[in-house]
Design a protein around this ligand. Sequence first.
Ligand code: MTE
Length: 320
Amino acid sequence: MANIKISKGWEIPENQVTPESVYINRRKFIKELGIAGAGALSLFGTNACAQDSRVAKQLEPYRAQILDVKKNEEFTVKRKQTDEIIAATYNNFYEFTSSKSTVWRRVEKFKTRPWEIEISGLVEKPMTLDVDDLIKQMPLEERIYRFRCVETWAMVVPWIGFPMKALLDKVQPKSDAKYVRMTTFMDPDVATQQNNFRLPWPYVEGLTLAEAMNDLTLLVVGIYGHILPPQHGAPIRLIVPWKYGFKSIKSIVSIELTDKKPRNFWNVILPREYGFEANVNPNVPHPRWSQASEWMIPTRGKKYPTQIYNGYGEFVAHLY
Ligand code: MTE
């Protein structure tokens, strides 16, 4: 059980802003401007620092809402944790833009509270819950997971959430329920890419019921010790670390239990490239690139071998 604790700005842990992020964002800023060379670096250094402090300012109200929960030591990762500012400025959230480095700015008008989530379909006890009431009821914990995007970038971040199983146990799936279908909000005035009628909005994702009930499957409401900022899919999103990142749907408004396999967003757009299962697998290349290796944001140059099920085989291999 956990409540959101409102902290003062000065209580932000020091380790959330590292010198590395200053350095990296400076490089990113210069690259975005298309300017290279040492002269340019010194010329634009001040602006890069300004960009970092703008991101920190954007994160401030979320960092102030601390989720004081225990870390689950069963889920530790050997690789270095990704810096918070890096993770918060390299996002996929196509409702707002396809440009990863600008999502954090485009979500400015996105209101993530109050927020309701409906759980319906083949369940004994359908319900609609306010997200903060849900947070108070659920067994929150912190888990450090590896996260792997189908585009080959990866990160290691501390998520805060609860096993999806805890919510499903509450609504009691009926015996004919086989899949879980999740849907993101729809608000084209704020999420302007939803005005693009060629894309099948709203974003939908799905899991088998067995996948949804697996202990690794988290409904996430926080990151780096505080509530989720909008660019990471506030106020509630899915994290399934053994699958490619597009399965981890953001800003969920409905969870429906069904007996039909859901058509997920990317599968509708490009069925030959993105399947339903989408388990991380170095031996199955994407039709346009290899999946044999990955790189940790923001250092594109250094490659690591991709692990089957993203290293989580002991938890999920039996499902397939
Ligand atoms: N959920 C919604 N609603 N819209 C999206 O565009 N992108 C997916 C996933 N969930 C996406 C989404 C993809 S492709 C990835 S890699 C992850 O979110 C990125 O999560 P992050 O920005 O928190 O790193």
